[in-house]
Design a protein around this ligand. Structure first.
Ligand code: M6R
Length: 609
């Protein structure tokens, strides 16, 4: 939550910061602000609301300094307002912050007693006061930051400027992501890679406890003990174009249409058709460990949790290992029974979701092996897990997860195949069939995307419905949950996902002629039962939108609207079913005029508990 950027170098600083914030706005959009030097002084411009409000405030104003910091906010402490917007400045010190300072109230009292006057309700403001306190005591900028950080409890990614020193930008990280971009004669800091991609692909990924001192000539990084450390730069192979809208009205629509490409990139180099196996070289699993696995825990939040639920079906089917799928925020608070011969798999687009990260730490503490499935390279989950498998979806900017979900399902399919083959539960021939079908999936996804106009018409037809039900069974049930989540989060229409068999235990009371019910009715071993559920809805005059197998005339006759899903294995059908549900949510939201890419109250990565 919240995004920070910083720049030191010869370019027009305010422009670099604003452009960077545009690419970080998915992290929060309650207010935005920048601090830049002009005629030797730090000038702050900040404004409640989206970045466009800040741009309007700045107008044609120019600044002559070569260093600056910027922030886009997702409010935690203090409502969205101009006063609570970052940067916060005390004395000579200006700060932008992503994270939460837990002991800010006690520190605030101490600082107040020393004469500091606060102007915001934020936890962040105490950081600028605290550092300024030590600067006033005569410490160097770097020393003042280090001493202040020792006193702070909580999480932070920080960008800090000092009035009077235009050759100094300090960055610090603890439990909130922060990267440093290495340009030629210029350096960048940001909460994530995309804002820096137009300038360089060489990055330093900061570790917890590290503090970096950036000047226009060099970057020095210090570890938690204060010793200078040498950091190996890493090259990121995302291109800046990947983080552009590319002619689409919204990032979400672009990302929905990118899914076939994202799946191809995710399976590339990871299939051995000859061996009928997945090649997960990035996971150097010890085969003896695989043979000893007692249970697998799939832990995630939101959309990634729905991928976990699908993963449970895949792994149990291919590997016959019991799997528990759990929500990150629930897992660690139930004193989970997990240990040495268990495998914990965390699934996360950002790799920074606080609840998922906490679950991983808890499982590791109890002796389990941890594998992370992540999209963001070098994210916290990726670094803290014993093994990592990256989804190669490319940057996902829309707050609603789309292409990363499809690629998570693909990785879970590959993981289940790999373990199933290793355990001898899948034969080479069975593995080959699975691979053959997986390779067809991107093409089938393209086919599915051709239904977008039809889905748009359905969205228009049901635009005024206030509630939706989504029903699915078996491996399609998590997709019902995902469809409902997509609709809720971007169109603000109430929606519930249910296992179809549960309908008669309660939700059936909701059904009337106003209520659209989306039924996932593709052919599999529970198909007949889903047909009965459709009959039950129709008997109560509910409106049914069915997602059915190609040319399933029986379903088509019974329902109000039908979208045909290309034929594939039941284990791969969830990937295809997701597409029309994403499109339905997208068009409903777009027709309603909501802010599709930045829905209200949400942030792309939830780095607070
Ligand atoms: O980055 P993560 O995959 O860990 O994020 C988890 C959820 O916050 C995320 O999936 C969220 O539910 C999305 N807004 C769903 O579209």
């Amino acid at each position: 939550m919240c995004g920070i950027v910083g720049y030191i170098g010869p370019r027009e600083t305010a422009k670099v910061l604003i452009d960077g914030l545009k690419r970080l706005e998915y992290r929060g959009y309650d207010s935005a602000g920048i601090a830049v030097f002009h005629r030797g002084k730090i000038e702050i411009r900040r404004k409640e609301g989206k970045l466009t409000k800040l741009e309007e405030l700045i107008g044609g104003e120019t600044f002559d300094g070569n260093v600056g910091i910027g922030h886009t906010r997702w409010a935690t402490h203090g409502r969205p307002s101009d006063e609570n917007a970052h940067p916060h400045k005390a004395g000579k010190v200006a700060v932008v912050h992503n994270g939460i300072i837990e002991n800010y109230l006690s520190l605030k009292e101490i600082l107040k007693s020393k004469g500091h006057v606060f102007t915001s309700e934020t936890d962040t403001e105490i950081i600028s006061h605290l550092i300024d306190e030590f600067v006033q005591e005569g410490y160097s900028s770097l020393e003042a930051v280090k001493i202040a950080l020792e006193k702070i409890k909580g999480s932070y990614a920080l960008g800090i400027l000092f009035e009077g020193d235009e050759e100094c930008l300090i960055a610090a990280r603890k439990e909130s992501p922060l990267v440093i971009g290495l340009g030629k004669g210029e350096y960048f800091i940001a909460s994530d890679v995309p804002p820096i991609l137009p300038y360089t692909r060489d990055f330093i990924f900061m570790e917890d406890g590290e503090v970096a001192l950036l000047s226009s000539k060099e970057v020095k990084v210090f570890d938690a003990k204060g010793d200078e450390v040498s950091k190996e730069p890493k090259r990121v192979n995302w291109s800046p174009l990947m983080a552009e809208k590319g002619g689409y009205k919204h990032f979400m629509l672009k990302e929905i249409f990118e899914q076939p490409r994202a799946v191809i990139d995710t399976i590339r180099g990871r299939l051995s058709e000859e061996k009928g196996d997945a090649v997960l070289e990035d996971v150097d699993f010890d085969p003896t460990f695989l043979k000893k696995i007692r249970r697998i825990f799939l832990i995630a939040c939101g959309t990634s949790y729905h991928a976990a639920l699908v993963g449970k079906f895949l792994i149990e089917e291919f590997c016959r290992i019991p799997v528990e799928a759990d929500i990150g925020s629930e897992f660690r608070y139930r004193d989970p029974i997990i240990g040495e011969n268990d495998l914990l798999v965390t699934i996360s687009q950002s790799g920074e979701t606080a609840d998922t990260l906490a679950a991983l730490r808890e499982a590791k503490r109890k002796g389990a092996k941890a594998l992370a499935i992540c999209n963001v390279v070098e994210s916290s989950l990726a670094r803290e897990a014993d093994h990592v498998i990256y989804t190669h979806a490319g940057p996902e900017i829309g707050v609603a997860s789309t292409k990363t979900f499809a690629t998570q399902l693909v990785i879970l399919f590959l993981l289940a195949l790999r373990i199933g083959r290793e355990l001898g539960l899948l034969s080479k021939e069975e593995g080959k069939v699975l691979i053959e079908e997986l390779v067809r999936v991107p093409h089938l996804m393209e086919e599915m995307l051709k239904a977008s106009n039809q889905v748009a018409k359905i969205a228009r037809k049901y635009l005024h419905a206030r509630d939706f039900l989504y029903l699915g069974r078996g491996i399609n049930y998590p997709i019902a949950l995902e469809g409902a989540l997509k609709l809720k989060e971007i169109s603000y229409v109430h929606a519930e996902g249910y296992p179809a068999g549960e309908m008669k235990h309660g939700p059936i009371a909701l059904i009337d002629r106003e209520m659209p019910i989306v039924v996932l009715a593709t052919k599999n071993d529970v198909y007949e039962k889903v047909i009965s559920n459709i009959e039950e809805v129709k008997a109560r005059e509910g409106k049914v939108i069915a997602l059915a197998s190609p040319s399933d005339r029986e379903v088509a006759k019974k329902v109000d609207d039908v979208i045909f899903i290309p034929e594939t294995l039941p284990s791969l059908t969830p990937i295809l079913l997701t597409i029309p549900l994403q499109l339905l949510a997208y068009y409903m939201a777009d027709f309603k005029g909501t802010d599709v890419d930045q829905p209200r109250n949400l942030a792309k990565s939830v780095t607070v508990e």
